[in-house]
Ligand binder design. Structure first.
Ligand SMILES: *[C@@H]1O[C@H](CO)[C@@H](O)[C@H](O)[C@H]1NC(C)=O
Ligand SMILES: *[C@@H]1O[C@H](CO)[C@@H](O)[C@H](O)[C@H]1NC(C)=O
Ligand SMILES: *[C@@H]1O[C@H](CO)[C@@H](O)[C@H](O)[C@H]1NC(C)=O
Length: 331
């Protein structure tokens, strides 16, 4: 049933963009004096950062990058110096913003993209020795710690000078950015971005598989799309919570497409319908339903026709499959 398949093969990509809350610490409310300082002095540095970020969108000159780094340092030490709640929250908030700005400015994102591609292709001798795509923060930290020289070798050979200088200047901070979640255990925005980058090669493979599937629609090849889906589920760890709904939907679609008996039966009904409409009119529920598309909107009728036309095995996952179909067709 190509119409069904087509609705399932909607281009789905991972958008990981949940904003993590700054951590809630045990600090007291800020006093009026502290608020004045924080809104006065610290805001000056914030303004500087905002000004610089707005001045340059792409190709930020190195001098401005350095000025932004300086502004970031001033911001976090200014807010961090005030031992009260609002100020500490601001410190974390701006630390995250600065981490994100710096990863872009120092070409770290593009460097990591190359690195993960290399790992995924398993083409470098040392990258395969460490679990750089580990599913927990702790394992990832271990990989980037014991595999530091392997990673830095790659950076040296494949990434821009900026990326190299970022890694050289404060590798420990880079480790924190990569592997310390926010206080509530959620991934930070930067970690979500990096996770997304890490999964690009996996996603690409899945899309190619899906395209191959939709163009051939070969009944006799075993697609194992469900197994492919597991690769995505694994890849987005430990930042999985951000995209679980989309992933579940995608994987559900794959489970359906992998149910050969069900899909073959749906196919068969479509063929019968195309070749001889009258043949299906024997089913009472089909009167008034003129197309396969409307059949896919009527659960009981679909079940009845499938029962009549196909082997029992086609119905073994009917309820699950119907739910997946219904979800896919109703958006
Ligand atoms: C960087 O900061 C210095 C010193 O404050 C200033 O003179 C210079 O113009 C700034 N450069 C850029 C590109 O913002
Ligand atoms: C591995 O790298 C070599 C060149 O270094 C390249 O020719 C080959 O295609 C790569 N293999 C894969 C699987 O990407
Ligand atoms: C990237 O880095 C790896 C590991 O250091 C190296 O083997 C490879 O040649 C580099 N690739 C390029 C295009 O320089």
């Amino acid at each position: 049933m190509t119409e069904i398949v087509r609705s399932l093969l909607i281009f789905i990509c991972l958008f990981i963009n949940t904003i993590a809350e700054p951590s809630i610490s045990n600090f007291q409310e800020c006093s009026p004096k502290e608020i004045v300082i924080s809104h006065g002095k610290c805001s000056l540095y914030v303004n500087e950062l905002i000004f610089l970020s707005e001045e340059y969108n792409e190709d930020v000159p190195m001098e401005a990058v350095n000025n932004m780094s300086r502004a970031c340092q001033s911001i976090t030490s200014c807010f961090g110096g005030l031992q009260c709640l609002e100020s500490q929250k601001n410190k974390e908030l701006y630390q995250r913003k600065c981490d994100s700005v710096q990863l872009k400015n120092f070409d770290v994102e593009s460097c990591l993209m190359l690195f993960y591609e290399e790992i995924y292709e398993k083409n470098s001798s040392c990258a395969s020795k460490y679990d750089f795509t580990a599913k927990t923060f702790q394992q990832k930290r271990e990989a980037f710690t014991s595999g530091k020289s392997c990673f830095l070798d790659f950076v040296k050979n494949n990434c821009s000078e900026r990326a190299q200088s970022y890694m050289k200047s404060d590798y420990d901070h880079f480790l924190d950015v990569l592997t310390v979640p926010s206080e509530n255990g959620m991934c930070t925005p930067v970690q979500n971005t990096i996770t997304k980058i890490q999964c690009v090669p996996v996603e690409r493979k899945v899309l190619i598989k899906m395209l191959g599937f939709s163009s051939s629609l070969d009944k006799d090849t075993d697609q194992h799309l469900t197994a492919t889906c597991q690769e995505i589920v694994d890849c987005i760890q430990p930042c999985s919570s951000v995209e679980s709904e989309g992933i579940n939907k995608l994987c559900g679609n794959f489970e359906l497409l992998d149910d050969k008996e069900f899909m073959d039966c749906a196919d068969k009904i479509e063929t019968i319908h195309n070749e001889n409409k009258e043949k299906l009119s024997g089913y009472k529920c089909m009167s008034g339903l003129d197309s396969i598309k409307t059949l896919t909107k009527n659960r009981d009728c679909m079940k009845e026709v499938m029962k009549g036309e196909c082997d029992e095995s086609a119905l073994k996952n009917f309820d699950r499959n119907w739910k997946i179909l219904d979800d896919a067709l109703s958006h």
